[in-house]
Ligand binder design. Structure first.
Ligand code: CMC
Length: 382
């Protein structure tokens, strides 16, 4: 049998198609984000978290009764074992919430005696459980490690309302909850981004869903992926909210020293990130009645135009979610965790897609290290 041809992929796998997916993607021109056939603008404007999550898992928008039972199942699965609340008490108050969540999700895995059973019914039940518990793990892991009282989940509330309530410690107003929910819909999935690809690599070994999600959390933690929303907000605070002149000087200085501006640029979107249009629309509506939001909106819009003029780089979704989370009173360190709560829907859906049509993902590397060295006993080494 002849050896298969070796294909040399570019570093970072840029522009390489490694598999097919029916979950989400970007059109060939790189202008539109599509979730299972729907444009992101349409779902961002209209869908609840539960509707979009159902769409990802089950491939269609739910009917009224399907939505009712799905929402009820998620609400009832939101609580986590008492032992996990206890485990959070052992953590230092500097513990990063993304590390805490990796621990929390692995902890949940230890309770699933059938974690390696990949039968269809168990896959979907497990996926719903993981999606449901993520906000409780993140919010209470953060709270308890900081010496605060836990805020237990309330199954009478929707996923987004309860997630935000557990994070900020008070019931959000309706317009706050919707602003938050929109970002969850926008973050839900995005083709083979780094964290999703990580979960698919883990899934392709037929390891369990908890391990795959913990891996996804690890990849998302990096500033070139999920943590850009935190860095972008830190930059806006550094400049000073509403200080347009300060923003221009700050950017010119950073660009002159060839520093990256967080919240700008994207591997796929080179002209515009369609998720930004939706986030901006919601932020501008919110800004009509909120002075701080108006200042932030104007500042972001100014920086966005300046970056396009100077570098031809579009703002990405993280540039606008940072300010939204700031306005909602979410601590900066929890921005990437919020992204993770939402992206969990994508991760578990990709996990299911991968294991139900699997081939081990195992690329090759070109070895460029030394050759022919010989072992020398320790006393003879110079
Ligand atoms: N600020 C300044 N210059 C930039 C930036 C930026 N944010 N992004 C790219 N560039 C420049 C880069 O220096 C390079 O310039 P040159 O050709 O002169 O060396 C050129 O643009 C191409 O950069 P690249 O790194 O080859 O492009 P990429 O497609 O690999 O980068 C990226 C994608 C997201 C890693 C990058 O744009 C970046 O580091 N952005 C900042 C981090 C960020 O906002 N990440 C969130 C991504 S969106 C959320 C998500 O889906 O995770």
């Amino acid at each position: 049998m002849s050896k298969p041809e070796v294909i040399r992929a570019p570093k970072g796998l840029e522009n390489v198609i490694v598999d097919r997916t029916g979950l989400s993607g970007v059109d060939p021109k790189g202008e539109h984000t599509i979730y299972r056939g729907f444009m992101i603008e349409d779902l961002g404007e209209n869908a609840s978290f539960e509707e979009a999550a159902y769409l990802f898992l089950y491939g269609k928008l739910p009917t009224r009764s399907e939505l009712y039972y799905f929402s009820e199942r998620l609400a009832n699965l939101r609580e986590i074992p008492d032992g996990l609340y206890e485990a959070f008490k052992q953590l230092p108050d500097t513990a990063h919430p993304m590390h805490i969540a990796q621990m929390g999700i692995a902890y949940m895995g230890t309770f699933d005696g059938k974690a390696m059973d990949l039968s269809e019914e168990l896959l979907y039940r497990r996926a719903e459980g993981i999606i449901a518990k993520m906000p409780t793990i993140f919010a209470n892991g953060y709270r308890i490690s900081r010496g605060q009282e836990p805020v237990r989940p309330d199954p009478t509330l929707s996923h987004a309302v309860d997630a935000l309530r557990m994070i900020i410690g008070r019931r959000p107003r309706e317009e706050e909850a919707r602003l938050f929910e929109v970002t969850l819909v926008l973050y839900m999935d995005h083709g083979f981004n780094a964290s999703t690809f990580t979960t698919r690599v883990i899934a392709s070994t037929l390891s369990d869903m908890y391990a795959a999600v913990a891996g996804g959390i690890g990849a998302l933690k990096g500033p070139l992926h999920g943590a850009a929303n935190e860095r972008a907000m830190e930059m806006l605070l550094d400049v000073g909210l509403g200080d347009i002149d300060g923003a221009r000087m700050y950017l010119e200085k950073k660009l002159a020293s060839k520093e990256r501006i967080m919240g700008f640029g994207h591997r796929v979107y080179k002209v515009r990130d369609p998720r930004v249009s939706v986030a901006k629309k919601y932020l501008s509506r919110y800004a009509e009645e909120n002075e701080e939001a108006r200042k932030l909106y104007e500042m972001c819009d100014y920086i966005e135009k300046l970056m396009w003029e100077r570098k031809k780089l579009p703002a990405n979704i993280d540039f606008y979610t940072g300010p939204i989370y700031h306005l909602l009173g979410i601590p900066i360190i929890m921005y990437t965790p919020v992204f993770a709560m939402s992206r969990t829907v994508g991760w578990v859906s990709h996990y299911i897609e991968q294991v139900t049509n699997n081939r081990l993902i195992r690329p090759k590397a070109e070895y460029v290290g030394p050759m022919g060295l010989k072992y020398t006993p320790i006393d003879e080494r110079g």
